[in-house]
Ligand binder design. Structure first.
Ligand SMILES: C[S@@+](CC[C@H](N)C(=O)[O-])C[C@H]1O[C@@H](n2cnc3c(N)ncnc32)[C@H](O)[C@@H]1O
Length: 207
């Protein structure tokens, strides 16, 4: 994966995909964790791609906002939302361009957003933390270090990967509502397919 021109790289990947690159079904960790979100939550889906996760949450009745660097992905997201008869407030924006609100979101969903290398990730995690209201929820999943061996998705760069210690340090003092570190078979379109090392958590910002 080339990170030199992320917009062009992701546009091409989404344009050339046979259907949805990561499938149209929501991410399994998100489905498992969605019960932590109070009804009618205001949720931001970071780098939501083709919308499998944001449209799922909108279908549950949440007030969902989403952004992604790729206009091709956002077009597909809008199409998926229309097909599912749900509303997602989506726009093309990088994580740096998105207008992070102050302490007002009920939840942030960060599923496979490991394009961010350590310095960018630190800023991103700070923005996520600031944007959540006290008691707000972060649902996060990414690849762990053994993914470098599996090569079934992800950035292929050790420094971009997660472990639970990184999440604990980045969100120090937050309640861990759920966490797992597993090697499991993933089937999320052609983009994420096969044995994978997943690091996942549901974290609650102190009230
Ligand atoms: C592995 S995909 C995951 C997409 C989605 N979260 C999902 O689980 O289906 C990573 C996404 O990050 C987006 N992306 C890459 N760099 C970005 C940036 N700087 N700001 C916002 N989105 C970015 C890509 O376009 C892509 O949709």
């Amino acid at each position: 994966m080339s990170f030199a021109n992320p917009k062009e790289t992701w546009d091409a990947r989404y344009r050339n995909a046979d259907g949805y690159l990561f499938g149209s079904a929501p991410n399994a960790w998100l489905v498992e964790s969605a019960g932590y979100l109070p009804a009618g939550s205001k949720v931001f889906c970071v780098a939501d791609g083709e919308g499998r996760n944001s449209t799922y949450l909108a279908g549950l009745g949440h007030d969902v906002h989403a952004a992604d660097i790729s206009p091709v992905a956002i077009d597909k997201l809008v199409g998926l939302a229309a097909e599912r008869g749900v509303r997602v407030q989506a726009r093309v924006a990088t994580i740096e361009e998105w207008d992070w609100p102050d302490a007002s979101l009920d939840a942030v969903v960060a599923i496979f957003i490991q394009f961010a290398a350590p310095a960018a990730r630190e800023r991103l995690f700070t923005d996520i933390a600031r944007s959540l209201r006290p008691g707000g929820t972060l649902i996060i999943e990414g690849y762990g270090i053994r993914q470098l061996r599996y090569k079934t998705g992800g950035p292929g760069k050790a420094e971009n990967l997660y472990d639970q210690a990184l999440l604990a340090t980045s969100f120090e003092g937050w309640d861990v509502l759920a966490a797992r570190d597993v090697d499991t078979d993933v089937s999320e379109g052609a983009g994420h397919h096969g044995r994978s090392h997943l690091v996942s958590a549901v974290l609650r910002k102190p009230a």
